[in-house]
Design a protein around this ligand. Structure first.
Ligand SMILES: *Cc1c(COP(=O)(O)O)cnc(C)c1O
Length: 370
């Protein structure tokens, strides 16, 4: 029995003195929100770091998702994945749009393009895939389907900070990509989020929408919401950018260590890096096949807890199993067999930049024994 609890994640925070200096500056200027200088500087810095053309900062990722659907005037039905954090489908629901769940592929647990195509109806207007656990979707195939059927493509990119595929930032695929900078993510601003888009007119529309629709002091061009990022979040974000490469490198080292320690355990599998992809290592999911491993995923989850190790069963239950969604035809039992299997087998192990490598060994040791 270890003494201190090991949680699934722990936010990285920069040296307090650095944040204090920013706080003092904000106190002096008394500009605390509404497109202040830290906000403007962070938008520029993130565009450079991420290799994207335009970014609009938000107070959180969920409001960014909701606003992305508004910005493209999406209606009718949106095809999405059941294997994600619940906010993905909630953003669709909050827009009075019907989510249609399609199954995931067994390799990286992202939306299966064949299943997406099969789910298209005359009411479908968009696809909202998630690059789950930071592994890029089959972006070319999804774009082909979107083009062939005249659909918009909005990526929930909340897990893919700085991820590239074939040298291309994954954020540049699709019409819009939505990010979250919540404290549990690889890069965070306490709470925060963003929409990445590809042209200035769209960036302007999104900026209006996140600020009540104001296009000038007395001009309101749309029924917007208040989803602005404040100066404290933006100032933290600028500091975090200095440290994020180091954080990701540490996560990569820890993920490799988990793989070395866990390789060859019967009934336990994990994801390898995808070819041509630069990863950000947001989670370390493992799948427990009860028949082969000898114990169920839930038994493993409870056993780890008894040893003060708090893994999380992301993403169980499936979104399609929550009361809001389970009556939908696409949520019917048997329609999402891969997602159902993965949700029943997955557990995410502790992974964060300050995690002690000895703790990785300890957790892996428990999985070998249990
Ligand atoms: C974190 C997350 C969100 C929500 O972001 P918030 O900033 O917490 O609102 C949405 N989708 C996915 C896949 C996420 O992981």
């Amino acid at each position: 029995m270890t003494s201190k609890p090991i949680y699934v994640t722990q936010p990285f925070l920069p040296p307090l003195e650095e944040f204090e200096a920013a706080l003092r500056d904000i106190w002096d200027t008394k500009w605390v929100t509404n497109n202040g200088k830290y906000h403007q500087e962070l938008e520029r810095a993130l565009c450079r770091y991420l290799g994207v053309e335009h970014i609009s900062l938000f107070s959180n990722g969920t409001l960014a998702l909701i606003t992305a659907l508004q910005a493209l005037r999406i209606t009718g039905e949106v095809i999405t994945t059941p294997f994600s954090f619940v906010a993905t489908a909630h953003s669709i629901w909050w827009n009075n749009i019907k989510p249609v769940f399609a199954d995931i592929e067994p390799g990286y647990f992202n939306l299966d393009p064949d299943k997406v195509e099969a789910a298209i109806t005359p009411q479908t207007t968009a696809i909202m895939p998630v690059h789950v656990y930071g592994n890029p979707c089959q972006v070319d195939r999804l774009q082909k389907i979107a083009d062939a059927y005249g659909l918009k493509l909005i990526y929930d990119a909340c897990h893919t900070f700085g991820v590239t595929v074939g040298g291309q930032p994954v954020l540049n695929f699709g019409d819009l990509s939505v990010m979250s900078f919540h404290a549990t993510k690889v890069y965070h601003t306490f709470e925060g989020g963003a929409i990445v888009c590809h042209d200035g007119a769209m960036k302007q529309r999104i900026d209006f929408l996140k600020n009540f629709g104001f296009a000038g002091e007395t001009t309101v061009v749309a029924p917007g919401i208040n989803a602005k990022m404040n100066e404290f979040q933006a100032a933290l974000g600028l500091l975090q950018l200095k440290y994020v490469d180091g954080s990701i490198a540490k996560r990569q080292g820890l993920a490799r260590r988990y793989r070395e320690r866990l390789r060859g355990i019967a009934g336990l599998s994990f994801l390898e890096d995808a070819p041509g992809v630069v990863h950000c290592y947001p989670y370390f999911p493992v799948l427990i096949d009860q028949g082969c491993y000898g114990r169920s995923r839930d038994a493993v989850y409870e056993e780890l807890k008894r040893h003060n190790v708090f893994g999380r069963r992301y993403f169980y239950p499936l979104i399609s199993q929550f009361p809001t969604y389970k009556g939908l035809p696409s949520a019917a039992p048997g329609n999402l067999p891969v997602a159902e299997r993965v949700a029943g087998q997955v557990i995410c192990l502790p992974l964060y930049s300050d995690l002690d490598p000895a703790d990785v060994d300890h957790v892996a040791g428990l999985l070998r024994r249990t």
